[in-house]
Design a protein around this ligand. Structure first.
Ligand SMILES: NC(=O)c1ccc[n+]([C@@H]2O[C@H](COP(=O)([O-])OP(=O)(O)OC[C@H]3O[C@@H](n4cnc5c(N)ncnc54)[C@H](O)[C@@H]3O)[C@@H](O)[C@H]2O)c1
Length: 318
């Protein structure tokens, strides 16, 4: 049986990956320092190494018996990255360099990496393909782009088989036999979990209601976390020696902020209190992934729509 190292396997996306990999017949080792993750989210069938990707000995220990790595561990708050760019370079870039060095020592050559749509920055085209220019507008996006470049270098120099998956907005939750695995970020910066926290006193802010979109609010691409992990499992099977590919993961569909609010109202059976405020600097009107490459290379298609994402988030929190 194939054993996979999942870095960041105590986090939101990583913990769901661990559970789905185990259900698909893989063995799993988790390496996580629990800085933003939760020990209780790690499936009890996985082997857990508590440690950091900044510590080579912990990485070497966690790689024992593994044939491949899915690398989720890292820092992922845009605002924090602007305040602490060094931290993002250290954890995301040095941490990934350490991981690749230890993989080389251990003879592990396959890696699937969590990259981000943040690598594209503020693209001028509303449908973003892998050919769109990478021009990150914050240190978080810059750190992810550096790791994508590092993987390209290591595939050329060391024969590493790598895929960088560039996620758009991930949402949803997974119900397992021991309960829901869901987003538990602190602070929570993502729209869908925050929408259910809106109250009359603290309404949801809608940034800009004068965009050139059908209902004048911003349009974004949301992907269900279960669809996202299915694409990772396909990517594990699709990596090729000495080859690095960048693949977008989204639903390929755009939803406006108003559509998300309406879906949340339907799922919860209550009105979502919201107020219209000024546009935020740097927000493009429409940002949707082209997912043609994912469909072709990974033989994958997203199966879950916005209603499924919002319902799962609501049900997992109630
Ligand atoms: N959530 C999204 O919408 C989204 C979008 C694009 C990309 N991503 C990327 O996906 C990955 C997972 O995101 P998430 O939302 O699950 O975040 P998360 O914060 O819930 O998970 C990250 C995990 O990494 C662990 N970690 C952090 N630093 C570590 C270190 N030095 N050593 C070992 N473990 C460490 C944390 O404890 C946590 O368990 C991240 O790399 C993120 O940048 C997420």
């Amino acid at each position: 049986m194939t054993r996979v190292l999942v870095t960041g396997g105590a986090g939101y996306i990583g913990s769901i990956a661990v559970s789905m990999l185990l259900d698909s017949g893989y063995e799993v080792t988790v390496l996580d320092d629990l800085s933003t993750g939760h020990k209780s989210a790690i499936d009890s069938r996985a082997t857990f190494v508590e440690g950091s990707i900044l510590d080579s000995a912990s990485i070497a220990q966690s790689l024992q018996g593994c044939e491949a790595v899915i690398h989720f561990a890292g820092k992922s708050l845009v605002g924090e990255s602007v305040e602490k760019p060094q931290l993002y370079m250290q954890v995301n870039v040095e941490g990934s360099t350490n991981l690749l060095n230890e993989m080389k020592s251990a003879g592990v050559k396959k890696i699937v990496f969590s990259s981000s749509a943040a690598t594209y920055g503020e693209p001028t085209e509303s449908t973003v393909s892998e050919e769109s220019a990478a021009n990150p507008s914050n240190p978080y996006g810059a750190s992810k782009l550096k790791v994508d470049e590092l993987l390209a270098e290591r595939s050329a120099s060391d024969g590493v088989a790598a895929i960088s998956l560039r996620y758009f907005n991930v949402a949803g939750a997974l119900k397992t036999s021991s309960g829901w695995l869901r987003e538990r970020h602190d602070p929570e910066t993502h729209l869908i979990p925050n929408i259910f926290k809106a109250t009359q006193e603290f309404p949801l802010k809608v940034f800009g209601t004068d965009w050139p979109t059908p209902d004048k609010t911003c349009v974004r691409d949301y992907i269900h976390v279960v669809d996202l992990i299915n694409a990772h499992i396909s990517a594990l099977k699709s990596v090729q020696p000495a080859h690095h590919q960048i693949i977008n993961l989204g639903s390929g569909d755009g939803y406006s902020v108003r559509q998300v609010i309406e879906a949340a109202a339907r799922a919860s059976g209550r009105e979502i209190p919201s107020i219209d405020v000024e546009r935020r600097a740097g927000d493009p009107a429409v940002l949707v992934a082209s997912i043609e490459k994912a469909k072709k290379v990974l033989r994958w298609s997203p199966m879950r729509d916005l209603n499924a994402m919002v319902e799962d988030v609501f049900n997992s929190a109630n």
